[in-house]
Design a protein around this ligand. Sequence first.
Ligand code: IPE
Ligand code: IPE
Ligand code: MG
Length: 252
Amino acid sequence: MEPAEKATTTPVPSPDRVEGCPAHVAIIMDGNGRWATQRGRPRLFGHHAGAKRVREIVEACPDFGVKYLTIFAFSTENWKRTQVEVAGLMTLFRRYITKETRHLRERGVRVRFIGDRVRLDEKLIRLMNELEEATAHNTNVHLTIALNYGGRDEVARATQRLAMDVASGRLDPDSVDEETLPRYLDTYVLPDPDLVIRTSGEARISNFLLWQSAYAEYEFIDTLWPDFTRAEFGALCASYGGRDRRFGAVKT
Ligand code: IPE
Ligand code: IPE
Ligand code: MG
């Protein structure tokens, strides 16, 4: 093969590639309600604005070098909100899936959902399953959407399944160690997050990825989620690259 021909088949690295980029970023997308209130609009207006931000952030991932993106869309505690807000969010999730499926497929994004589907309505569950199936062969970016997700709920459900395997004799209780439980978590196919970002100025994790984030780096930033941009995302990924992760050891 001629050298000139060879050059055209070599993948071109993105000019936006971030040095030391985290492989898995998880985001607590917070602040939609306040963003809307600041504008004198109903909270759902903020949720719609927030949903629009997701596309830009997903698109940035392959450019920066982020392989896995996990986003917190609705927590097991969010049912405590008004019926109007909860119903509006469920409609938004249905609409998001319907509208984004084609784009996600074309971009090579593989979508997965984590959380307990039991409380979700049938139509939404069907759309979630269809989106997972439609993107199952994609490998460019792994987008995981946490919907009716709670870290404690996830560990409780995992423990229930683990206990059932012990009761049926499929699992020896003496063999249970810290490699065993994660196999029962919703995230069993995903690596642990390297970086967890929370927008809106709150410095708490609100029951997100409790087990998986044991050694994640955290960034709590003031920006409200509907104002979060690709540039800010890139800066956080770059700042991660400069961190010294020791995992309990001492560097020699
Ligand atoms: C995050 O924004 C989105 C969801 C929890 C669904 P919020 O709705 O929590 O916005 P704030 O925190 O009230 O501003
Ligand atoms: C966490 O945000 C859940 C999501 C972003 C989906 P919340 O706004 O619900 O968390 P709290 O109530 O401030 O802890
Ligand atoms: Mg909030």
